[in-house]
Design a protein around this ligand. Structure first.
Ligand code: S3P
Length: 170
C-alpha cells in the first residue's frame, strides 16, 4: 500500500507518549473520527483496564485487545492504540497492513513524568515504575520501529507541533 492510499492513521508508542491527546487533535485537523482502542475495550467489556488485568491477567487483556483492534480497523479514523499493542505478531501485521503508522516516541524519563500520577495502568502498578517502564520500552522499542511509517519525537515538540508534523507526512 502506498502512503497516499493509507487513509487510516494508527498511533503507536509507549505509555505516556501522548497517543490519545495527539490523536484527538489530529482527528480534528484531518476531519476523521477518533477511536481509542483502550476506551473501546472499556466500552465493550464494561470493565476498567485494571479490572480486566485483575480478572483475566495480561494474556486475557491481550486477547480482548486484538478483537477490539480488528473492529476499530473497520473505520477510516485516527486510531490511538495501547502501548502493548505491538507485542503480538498478529497485531503488528494488522497495524502495518491497515494504515499509516505513526510511532510517537517518548524517552523513559518522559514516559515516567507523564504517567506517574495515573493509577489506571496495571503494567506499571509496581514499586519501581520507572525501572519497569525502562524494561518494557527496551523490549518494545524494536517492535514500534518495525511497524512505523514515521516517527514523531514527543519529547521535543508540543502537541500542536506533533500534529503538524504528522499532517505534513501523510
Ligand atoms: C498498556 C498500555 C495501556 C493499556 C494497558 C496496557 C501496555 O495503554 O493498553 O494498560 O501494555 O503498555 P496506554 O499506552 O494508552 O497507557
Amino acid at each position: 500500500m502506498s502512503r497516499s492510499e493509507k487513509s487510516r492513521i494508527i498511533l503507536v508508542g509507549p505509555m505516556g507518549a501522548g497517543k490519545s491527546s495527539i490523536g484527538k487533535s489530529l482527528a480534528l485537523l484531518t476531519q476523521k473520527p477518533f477511536i481509542d482502542v483502550d476506551e473501546e475495550i472499556v466500552r465493550t467489556t464494561l470493565k476498567s483496564i485494571p479490572e480486566i488485568f485483575a480478572e483475566s491477567g495480561e494474556s486475557g487483556f491481550r486477547k480482548i485487545e486484538t478483537e477490539v483492534l480488528k473492529n476499530c480497523l473497520k473505520y477510516d479514523a485516527v486510531i490511538a492504540t495501547g502501548g502493548g499493542i505491538v507485542t503480538s505478531d498478529e497485531n503488528r501485521q494488522l497495524i502495518k497492513n491497515n494504515g499509516f503508522v505513526v510511532y510517537l516516541y517518548a524517552s523513559v524519563d518522559t514516559q515516567y513524568l507523564r504517567t506517574k500520577n495515573d493509577s489506571n495502568r496495571p503494567m506499571i502498578a509496581v514499586e519501581d515504575p520507572k525501572s519497569r517502564l525502562n524494561e518494557i520500552f527496551t523490549r518494545r522499542k524494536p517492535l514500534y520501529e518495525e511497524v512505523q511509517d514515521c516517527l514523531v519525537d514527543t519529547n521535543i515538540q508540543t502537541i500542536k507541533q506533533c500534529v503538524e508534523q504528522i499532517k505534513s507526512e501523510i
